[in-house]
Design a protein around this ligand. Structure first.
Ligand code: OSB
Ligand code: MG
Length: 368
């Protein structure tokens, strides 16, 4: 596969409603979109770096820098076997996995286009549709939260993830549980607790949650293992796992019993598949997380979530949960909590060029 040109842009896309987590919030997404041209077609990919360095240290600025100063100049004009070696010229770069994942995933998209197959079959997916959930941000009041949960359950979502932080946890979740005794609920703390808060977290065991996501510090697998020993509820790791090696260590230490795989966080589909496989071999389920992606990133997440060990509903909600209008056609819509996985060639949805052009704030390109 030869990369003949790369085109990077930053688009601004307003969320329908603010999304808030323990460490900050999003109103507007500033999304980097990459288009790579091969000899036989082109493919789009999306960078998931958030606007502030709260979830990860990466931002649109750092990703733009890594992509335009290093990664894209190193791949344009060169020949590769495929997605597995596309990052080999920049293997010396430390970190910046969200930036690099944009290129790696784009190579999967391009390979699918050039071979005339769907991304889903190229990556080894086995499902036509996947069960999906929704992530509900912190709300101003508990009544607002109850209304949100009701609306999402009525829409058919099969897992409701509630963001928590110290002071907005046990009592708030108990109200939701009392109102919806049977609902598939989980909580995500985004690293806002310490081991000293263990009693608060142990109190969550009474609420029949599917899991508690990333309660402790993003770099601390040891403390997650100590906490898991005290909790009945499974811990699910998000921020703490950025590589297959982290996943292996986490499972060996007992830091959690479930892993949320976000391909952007771990550097692309190659390491996502490795994490998927090593979890499958140990009987540990995984699910596909989200980073408030627009339609391009969502198409990649869906393809990944069609792999066999993605058995828990992912944070892959419908386009209309995020945007007034998505950047792809058709938009992502679910039926009874199941989202069809596109099966056309490549990512299986069309990028709406008119809309992308209108939303573009910054542009860069390089041709061989
Ligand atoms: O922790 O999973 C998270 C969004 C931005 C940053 C971190 C997270 C999230 C979500 C949103 O929970 C999931 C989605 O894309 O719907
Ligand atoms: Mg999370």
């Amino acid at each position: 596969m030869k990369i003949r040109a790369a085109e990077l842009r930053e688009i601004h896309l307003r969320l329908k409603e603010r999304f808030e987590i323990s460490s900050g919030g999003w109103d507007l997404r500033r999304i980097l979109l990459l288009r790579m041209e091969g000899e036989n077609g082109d493919a789009w990919s999306e960078c998931v770096a958030g606007e502030a360095p709260n979830y990860s240290y990466e931002t649109p600025e750092t990703a733009w820098h890594i992509l335009t100063a290093y990664a894209l100049p190193a791949v344009v004009g060169r020949e590769f076997d495929g997605p597995g070696d596309i990052l080999s010229p920049v293997s010396w770069i430390r970190g910046h996995l969200m930036a690099l994942a944009t290129v790696e995933m784009g190579a999967w998209g391009l390979k699918a286009v050039e071979e005339g197959v769907s991304l889903r079959s190229l990556v080894g997916g086995i499902r036509d549709a996947v069960p999906v959930g929704v992530s509900v941000g912190l709300q101003g009041t508990d009544d607002d939260l109850l209304r949100q949960v009701e609306e999402r359950l009525t829409a058919g979502y099969r897992k409701i993830k509630l963001k928590i932080k110290p002071g907005r946890d046990v009592e708030m979740l108990r109200k939701v549980r009392d109102r919806f005794p049977e609902a598939p609920l989980m909580a995500d703390a985004n690293s806002s607790y310490s081991l000293a808060d263990a009693p608060r977290l142990v109190a969550l065991d009474a609420l029949d949650l599917m899991m508690i996501e990333q309660p402790l510090a993003y770099h601390d697998l040891r403390e997650h293992a100590l906490l898991q020993k005290r909790l009945k509820t499974p811990i699910c790791l998000d921020e703490s796992v950025v590589s297959p090696g982290d996943a292996r260590l986490a499972l060996e230490l007992g830091s959690g019993r479930i892993i949320n795989v976000k391909p952007g966080r771990v550097g692309g589909f190659g390491s996502s598949r490795e994490i998927h496989d090593l979890c499958a071999a140990r009987g540990v389920p995984v699910w596909c997380g989200g980073m408030l992606e627009a339609g391009v990133g969502r198409a990649y997440n869906l393809a990944l979530a069609s792999l066999p060990n993605f058995t828990i509903p992912g944070d892959i909600s419908e386009s209309r949960r995020y945007w007034d209008e998505d950047i792809v056609r058709p938009e992502f819509v679910m039926t009874k909590g199941m989202m069809p996985v596109p099966d056309g060639p490549g990512i299986g949805v069309e990028v709406r060029m008119d809309r992308v052009e209108a939303l573009t704030r910054k542009y860069w390109e390089k041709r061989a």
